[in-house]
Ligand binder design. Structure first.
Ligand code: Q0Z
Length: 305
């Protein structure tokens, strides 16, 4: 077996793990409840809701550098949770773990997270398409009749979702339900911020030949300031479509994961655990797609420069 250059598992010794997601791991730096957090994006990849047995080398670095690009792009408009992504500035206690951290991690401020996923859709796809077909609406927003899958919406819409624990899918909820959870002031702030960020980001993406079909933001609050958190505008939290191949009337190929999905369909995996490994060719082609997304969005050819 050739050696695996991907990082699928992190281990920071005594540093307490706070949460493990499908792709990212969060550690607590210092005593709860006010300590900073350490976010690490691993090279794990999920498809059909399962984490696969094979990692994509550099995926965590690529997604971290993309998030940092967007945090910086948006910095004058919205504050974000990043303290530093420079491992030279990390606490000395993390020095032994540098190889797991470099390029793929950030130290962030611990926030009170809003328990609502702030999704903005400019195009109709995924759960939005399903809900529209069933009800003619998404999250209580009535839409014109006759839309086709992947069509552009008359205007971008805020389609919040409630987090469901235990690995379940988030559930689309109405703005009224958000108001019941967060109150009218925070609800309006999150909707306005989300739509404005989508507007800015989708214009940048369009200038690079990409459609930003939809994206999910997570916000938290520190004192009285609303802060953009988590990962932002990565292919894992967003649907990017190459504009030159856009063809509404059906699903659009996934920018990053289509080779993986096609492979898993070709082997007729039953989509139950355990998730299979990927052939090296699928790994290499998928890695190239993540690098291509990074290059298109940031204009940079190197992850480190
Ligand atoms: C985000 C999540 C992940 C599993 C907690 N700045 C923050 N302050 C407090 N909490 C969070 C953040 Cl970003 C926070 N998540 C979502 C991310 C793995 C769950 F990488 N959970």
């Amino acid at each position: 077996m050739p050696s695996d250059p991907s990082l699928r598992q992190t281990d920071l010794g005594e540093t307490p793990l706070l949460a493990r997601g499908k792709v990212r791991d969060i550690y607590a730096l210092g005593p709860a409840p006010d300590s900073d957090l350490l976010f690490i994006a691993t090279d794990r990849i999920s498809a059909f809701d399962h984490v696969l047995a094979t990692g994509i080398p550099d995926k965590g670095r690529i997604l971290t550098q993309l998030s940092l690009f967007w945090f910086n792009f948006l910095r004058e408009f919205v504050p974000n949770h990043v303290i530093t992504a420079d491992v030279a500035e990390y606490p000395a206690s993390l020095a032994p773990y540098r190889s797991q951290l470099e390029g793929r991690s950030m130290i962030v401020r611990r926030l009170q997270m809003f328990p609502v996923e702030c999704v903005v859709r400019g195009y109709i796809s995924g759960s939005g398409w399903k809900d529209y077909q069933a009800t003619g609406a998404i999250c209580g927003i009535d839409l014109p009749a006759g839309l086709r899958e992947s069509d552009q919406l008359p205007q971008p819409i805020f389609t919040p979702a409630a987090k469901i624990n235990t690995g379940g899918h988030d559930e689309n909820i109405s703005y009224q339900q958000v108001e019941k959870i967060l109150g009218p002031v925070h609800s309006d702030a999150l909707r306005t911020l989300s739509l404005e960020i989508y507007d800015r980001a989708s214009k940048h993406a369009a200038s690079m030949g990409l459609i930003l079909a939809d994206t999910k933001f997570e916000f938290g609050i520190l004192g009285d300031q609303i802060i953009l958190a988590d990962e932002v505008l990565t292919p894992d939290s967003s649907r990017y479509w190459p504009a030159d191949a856009y063809s509404p009337g059906g699903p659009q190929p996934s920018f990053d994961k289509q080779f993986v999905r096609d492979y898993l369909e070709s082997i007729r995996w039953n989509k139950q655990t355990p998730a299979p490994a990927l052939p090296q060719e699928i790994v290499a082609r998928t890695r190239d797609k993540y690098l291509e997304a990074f290059h298109l969005i940031t204009g940079r050819t190197s992850l480190t420069a």
